[in-house]
Design a binder for this molecule. Structure first.
Ligand code: 4AD
Ligand code: MG
Length: 446
């Protein structure tokens, strides 16, 4: 029986026989009695097993079990002093851990665990992070399903660079001929999603994304997941609201479903995590134009704030330290920045008359950008001109530009970096620690 079920049915099960399976997370034998904390992954704290010296065979078998051995046992469920526990009467199966298992009872540092990514799943820290990641993933599907969006699985192998940033991985086979052109791994499902938003109105794609950005930061991975909704007949103000509602929905679901995990993370990794998440759910959406954001940063500089990237003027690409200042210190909450200079943004964004584009980023304290989106350029001529100016391959994008010739309706979308969302939910500061097997530039382990 799953441990989580034993807890939920405990009233019925007290003094009855139960069978459980799991791994030994802690084993404390003493002279007359021994205790095992058994986990099967279905809840965070597992369940306590008791074995008594009066039953010699069981005592001998269990008292010598090293951590993370797997066992199947049966016993009587007891209403113990602090919580329910099982008095073991039979060991049905066991598979003992070999010596030198690197992970023990005490909580290890995240860095140590990164080198043991095949084993870190066994720690409460990673169980907590992965359970929350799973909740967040489900919440995203639930949110868009509730809002009437259709899920479109956009392709992973593509023939175009959706962001025009040239950061794609090439896909090849040994003799070099498979497709009739160079294929790449997708950097974003946006262009394909736009195509379906022009037919189904509201769509989203949620899948792996690949970027060969050579940046050694705590927020960039070369393989990460992105959620990309796209809605036609929708402008960017409406879509900023949708992004904000989505963010709050994901947080609410996590607060509801993962209390134990959040409490554990709060105790062991980030102080006030629950309060922080709750404050986001209760806060109002904040927005500022890029132009005003620059003014805020200039003021901050004047009053003595030191920025490494100290040239602050209209036209610069905001650095992470700028984003962290804006969200963390100035607004003290997530905030959208919109209407960026066209030069620093992608080709497909709708051009305003003043030379800015209808792009928007949601930035959050400590992490920086978590959502990046825009209203799309719907005018064929302007789009074509910008693509030429940015020296991108027009022929690769022909199918995409031509959507504008076929009754294109104003369309807006965004991408939420899923790992960054999980960083927000868990308070974990390195993207490598919210991914089961992280892919970043350099070593390719596991
Ligand atoms: O801002 P980005 O590049 O936007 C797009 O790709 C658009 N095509 C999305 C759209 O409009 N449909 O990426 C979106 C988000 C970022 O805000 C960030 O959270 C995340 O994806 N992201 C990364 N996360 C981890 N590692 C990386 N290397 C990332 N690059 C972007
Ligand atoms: Mg971006």
């Amino acid at each position: 029986m799953e441990i989580v079920k034993i807890y939920s049915d405990k009233k019925k099960l007290i003094e009855k026989k139960v069978q459980v399976e799991g791994w030994v997370r802690f084993n404390r034998p003493s002279k007359n009695i021994g205790f095992i904390e058994l986990t099967d992954g279905t809840n965070l704290h597992g369940i306590q097993l008791i074995y008594k010296a009066e039953n010699k065979e069981i005592y001998n078998t269990l008292s010598s079990l090293p951590l993370f051995s797997s066992i199947v046992i049966s016993g009587i469920l007891k209403d113990g002093k602090n919580d329910i526990e099982i008095l073991v009467d039979k060991v049905i199966e066991k598979n003992e851990t070999e010596e030198n298992f690197p992970i023990g009872k005490k909580e290890h540092g995240l860095e140590f665990l990164r080198d043991n990514a095949h084993l870190r799943s066994k720690t409460k820290m990673f169980q907590s992070i992965m359970k929350i990641r799973s909740t967040a993933s489900f919440a995203i599907h639930e949110f868009f399903n509730n809002e009437g969006y259709s899920l479109i699985n956009t392709p992973i192998i593509t023939g175009n660079d959706a962001e025009g940033a040239g950061e794609s991985f090439l896909v090849s086979v040994k003799d070099g001929t498979f497709y009739d052109k160079q294929a790449t791994l997708t950097v974003s499902g946006q262009l394909h999603a736009e195509c379906y938003a022009q037919a189904l109105k509201k769509v989203y794609t949620f899948g792996p994304t690949f970027r060969a950005e050579n940046s050694h930061t705590t927020r960039h991975a070369s393989e990460f997941w992105m959620v990309e909704p796209e809605a036609s007949f929708t402008d960017y103000n409406e879509m900023m609201d949708t992004g904000w509602e989505m963010l709050k929905f994901i947080i609410k679901k996590t607060l509801d479903k993962n209390k134990d995990e959040l409490e554990f993370l709060q105790k062991n990794n980030k102080k006030n995590l629950i309060e922080y998440l709750t404050s986001i759910v209760n806060s109002k959406l904040k927005k500022t134009s890029y132009r005003d954001a620059i003014k805020i940063l200039q003021e901050a500089k004047k009053s003595g704030t030191k920025f490494e990237n100290s040239k602050i003027e209209f036209g610069i690409d905001l650095a992470t330290e700028h984003e962290k200042y804006l969200a963390g210190i100035h607004f003290k909450s997530p905030v959208y920045i919109y209407d960026y200079p066209a030069e620093i943004k992608s080709f497909y964004m709708y051009k305003n008359e003043d030379g800015t584009v209808r792009g928007y980023d949601l930035i959050v304290p400590e992490i920086g950008e978590i959502i990046g989106g825009s209203q799309r350029e719907d005018r064929f001529d302007i789009l074509t001109k910008v693509i030429k100016e940015k020296k991108q391959d027009l022929s690769e994008l022909e199918w995409y530009i031509n959507l504008r010739k076929n009754g294109y309706a104003k369309s807006t979308g965004y991408g939420l970096g899923f790992e960054r969302m999980v960083m927000l939910l868990t308070g974990v500061e390195n993207i490598r620690d919210v991914t089961a097997f992280p892919r970043t530039t350099g070593k390719l382990n596991f």
